[in-house]
Design a protein around this ligand. Structure first.
Ligand SMILES: O=P(O)(O)OC[C@@H](O)[C@@H](O)c1c[nH]c2ccccc12
Length: 265
């Protein structure tokens, strides 16, 4: 199963990170950094359209291979920012998504939009690393974490000033996350990370379990205005879109065509 393979790769990366990580030094550096931008606020109360947009900077994926050969992360992020994107997600996984921590840092320096570090977090040190490279929020994937880890990592991210997007794909994961009673921003991934099968109905099925007060982001396999209308009608407050934008020569136009004009909500 692919997810197991990704996690195995992360375990060896984390072993490497552990060898050079110093908690006290990381804390000292973070204390010198500017505050995070409000990721959750940007995609919920301050969003620019009736549906919020997290636009993703993604060169390749394990399911689709190379998506955008002519890949310029900073330019893409600037285009996203000028098209009125609420937040930007940057893949930092190298092995499977051809991403990089350096991309996130370069994007951080170029745009004033809240950034999500999109990676497979399995160790607390990756959360410190996320903050240090310039992330405003981290993704925690319920499919690869125990409830106790979700809880611990959630608290660490918050203590470092970051917001958290907790990702689920099925009812069991959703129940684990809701029982924890911490997450205020939940991503429903329409892609099954184990099989790569996608189905937008995942959002509609799982959103019924979510109590009021928790904002839902519909993630993956969104490419048409009808898809936006569908997940909005289901109750999603925002969407996370990567591949569709990455395949368009004119990314700015693609954002406008998919999302419509900025209305300031
Ligand atoms: O490229 P898409 O189908 O628009 O999907 C974006 C995003 O949802 C997807 O990249 C994603 C969602 N959850 C993840 C977890 C890890 C890596 C990637 C992802």
């Amino acid at each position: 199963m692919f997810l197991d393979k990704i996690v195995a790769t992360k375990q060896s990366e984390v072993a490497d990170l552990s060898g050079r990580f110093s908690l006290s030094e990381s804390e000292r550096r973070i204390a010198q950094m500017p505050q995070c931008l409000g990721f959750e606020r940007a995609i919920t109360t301050a969003r620019k359209r009736s549906v919020g947009l997290i636009a993703e900077v993604k060169k390749a994926s394990p399911s689709k291979g190379l998506i955008r050969p002519d890949f310029h992360p900073v330019e893409l992020a600037q285009t996203y920012a000028s098209a009125g994107t609420d937040c930007i997600s940057v893949l930092t996984d190298t092995e499977y998504f051809q991403g990089s921590n350096a991309y996130l840092t370069a994007v951080r320096e170029a745009v004033n939009v809240p950034l999500l570090r999109k990676d497979f977090i399995i160790d607390y040190r990756q959360i410190y690393e996320a903050r240090e490279i310039g992330a405003d929020a981290v993704l925690l994937i319920a499919a690869i974490l125990r409830q106790s880890e979700l809880s611990e990592f959630y608290d660490i991210a918050r203590s470092l000033g970051m917001d958290v997007l907790v990702e689920v794909h099925d009812r069991e994961e959703m129940e684990t996350v809701l029982e924890l009673d911490k997450a205020t921003l939940i991503g429903i991934n329409n892609r099954n990370l184990k099989t790569f099968a996608t189905d937008l109905a995942t959002t509609e099925t799982l959103i019924h379990l979510v109590p009021p007060g928790i904002a839902v982001i519909s993630e993956s396999a969104i490419s048409k205005p009808e898809d936006i209308a569908y997940v909005q009608a289901a109750g999603a407050k925002g969407v996370l879109v990567g591949e569709h934008f990455m395949r368009q020569p004119d990314v700015r136009e693609a954002v406008e065509q998919l999302m419509g004009p900025v209305t300031n909500h």
